[in-house]
Design a protein around this ligand. Structure first.
Ligand code: FAD
Length: 285
């Protein structure tokens, strides 16, 4: 449980952080809340030569109203996201889900940017970012670029971020009043990682469902959308029969892992059950 030796730099701005990444190349690794990186370093599964600690980069913290989007600084902690009035008002699904991440210590140190940049398919927030249609803003030596969540998660613990880039902002579209939402998480013990999670967003119109979006956690190497379920619900009635029928397709096209927590078949079953529950809650919200 003792990491390999490493050097440590603590930039005061994004520009300084990018310069440090450029100076040290693939030796360098960004440190945000440390709640995923430090365990990997202690197990010696990660051995960066230089740690670039974003802890003092104040410009990366906080939530800003930006028209039809919320702009959330990458270093905003899960706890701050949970409590933020703008997030609660305009993107309640993020607030609800962030409250289910780990325990209070994890939520007070871990950050939204770290969760997404880490790219762990078992993390709760990637599925939410995917379902909501978030945009991730990366800054590097060539300036800023915006990456849709659908293009961001490449493979297990692998994202579209370059080695010389910092994730600076997570942009979440505001969900209008017609949207209901719910994140349903199944874990083996309280406050643990999801065995499977389902994020449901439902837009109601004239008593029926106009549009539904479902993001799934831990059903592959990256978060995935339950496309067949979503298609089945477009224009469907909002009764429990229609929802159950659509949710039965939730695992289609997924490739869940078998590990110590669950067999892949059990995960497929969970995906259907959790999607049904999440959709029912979202449709009645
Ligand atoms: C006991 C425990 C329980 C947990 N339970 C859950 C859970 O139930 N659900 C869940 O979703 N998560 C859980 N987590 C993980 C937690 O959410 C972490 O906060 C998160 O995965 C990583 O965020 P971090 O800020 O700690 O990032 P770090 O650990 O500091 O960094 C993680 C990775 O992202 C990179 N990175 C971080 N920030 C940036 C950035 N701005 N730009 C570019 N790269 C960056 C780092 O270089 C590193 O590779 C748990 C963690 C622990 C220790």
């Amino acid at each position: 449980m003792i990491p390999f030796p490493f050097d440590y730099v603590r930039p005061a701005s994004v520009a300084e952080a990018i310069a440090a990444l450029g100076e040290h190349g693939d030796e360098a690794k960004i440190l945000a809340g440390g709640h995923s990186l430090l365990p990997l370093m202690k197990l010696r599964l990660a051995a960066p030569g230089v740690i670039v600690d974003l802890g003092r980069v104040g410009e990366l913290r906080g939530v800003r109203d930006d028209g039809d989007m919320l702009a959330i600084g990458a270093m905003t902690t899960h706890a701050a996201v949970v409590d933020d009035p703008l997030v609660r008002q305009h993107c309640g699904i993020l607030s609800q889900t962030a409250a289910l991440v780990g325990d209070p210590q994890v939520r007070h140190r871990g950050t939204i940017g770290g969760s997404l940049a880490h790219g762990d398919a078992a993390g709760d927030l990637p599925a939410v970012a995917l379902a909501v249609g978030a945009e991730l803003v990366a800054e590097g030596p060539a300036g800023r670029r915006t990456i849709p969540a659908s293009d961001f998660f490449i493979d297990y613990l692998s994202t579209a971020l370059g080695e010389d880039e910092v994730l600076v902002e997570v942009r979440m579209p505001k969900l209008g009043p017609g949207w209901g939402y719910h994140y349903e998480k199944f874990n083996r013990v309280a406050q643990a990682w999801a065995v499977v999670g389902a994020c449901a967003l439902v837009r109601r119109e004239n008593g029926g469902i106009a549009e539904a979006r479902v993001g799934l956690t831990n059903m592959g190497t990256v978060p995935v959308r339950a496309g067949t379920t979503e298609q089945a619900l477009a224009g469907a009635s909002a009764d429990s029969g229609a929802i159950a029928e659509a949710a039965a397709h939730a695992a289609e096209g997924t490739d869940p892992p078998t590990d110590l927590s669950a067999h892949a078949d059990y995960r497929r079953h969970l995906a259907q059950v959790l999607t049904r529950r999440a959709l029912e809650a979202a449709a009645s919200r």
